[in-house]
Ligand binder design. Structure first.
Ligand SMILES: CC(C)(COP(=O)(O)OP(=O)(O)OC[C@H]1O[C@@H](n2cnc3c(N)ncnc32)[C@H](O)[C@@H]1OP(=O)(O)O)[C@@H](O)C(=O)NCCC(=O)NCCS
Length: 197
């Protein structure tokens, strides 16, 4: 599936510090092992990103192959933070397909490897996915996160607006049903001819 990816892949070249790159499907295929390792690290660390620990490598790979297919189909944007050939973090934006929703995207699966946190990578990934969304005319971002997690503080710091809390939304690693916080952010600044009021 990704057999032609490796020769042209630039995102995993060695660098002194991390950089955020938008991955094509071919790029992501070449980084599949790193993406799988990232997802497993985050899930096995107890994060609420859809899976429960322990995350089987095959299940993680299956998730990424589906995500990469969505990238190839043009319905998903995938960014990665890469340093010295390692995938330190990633984030995705799912582009709402319906005719009345083409100004909207859902930000999902923001993840930074546990060894790379508190260096600003999460914030950098979020700013980069906002730039990518804005460039595609997606001016409303929506997302959700488990109440009390580091991501909740991050989104508030970045200017996301709390739309509300859904109680007992998702099961946590310890078996509890945890609340989720819904956030949104409008990206009107710098976008011409988008909002007429
Ligand atoms: C949420 C998550 C992505 C944040 O990633 P991160 O790279 O640590 O994010 P940042 O470094 O930008 O910010 C995190 C904190 O580090 C601080 N920080 C940033 N740069 C820093 C630096 N150079 N030195 C010290 N602290 C720093 C930030 O102020 C922030 O502090 P806070 O937690 O008190 O708000 C990460 O914790 C994660 O992957 N969690 C598990 C997955 C998850 O829950 N994802 C959300 C799904 S919705």
């Amino acid at each position: 599936m990704f057999g032609d990816a490796a020769p042209g892949f630039r995102a995993c070249e060695s660098t002194q510090t991390y950089r955020v790159e938008r991955l094509s499907a071919a790029d992501a295929g070449a980084c599949l092992d790193g993406l799988v390792a990232l997802l497993r690290d985050v899930v096995d660390g107890g994060a609420s990103v859809g899976f429960l620990p322990p995350l089987d490598p095959a299940a993680a790979a299956e998730y990424w192959v589906a995500a990469i297919r969505a990238v190839a189909a043009g319905t998903r944007v995938l960014l990665a933070a890469v340093e010295d050939g390692a995938v330190l973090g990633s984030v995705q934006a799912d582009l709402a397909p319906m005719p009345n929703a083409r100004h909207r995207a859902e930000v999902m699966k923001l993840m930074v490897h546990s060894v790379a946190r508190r260096r600003g990578i999460g914030g950098a990934l979020m700013r980069a996915i906002e730039d990518a969304a804005r460039a595609m005319g997606r001016t409303l971002l929506v997302l959700d996160t488990r109440r009390g997690d580091a991501a909740e503080r991050l989104y508030e710091r970045l200017g996301y607006v709390r739309a509300g809390v859904i109680p007992r939304y998702a099961r946590g690693a310890a078996g509890s049903l945890d609340d989720t916080v819904l956030f949104y952010r409008e990206l009107w600044d710098g976008v011409a001819n988008v909002r007429q009021e």
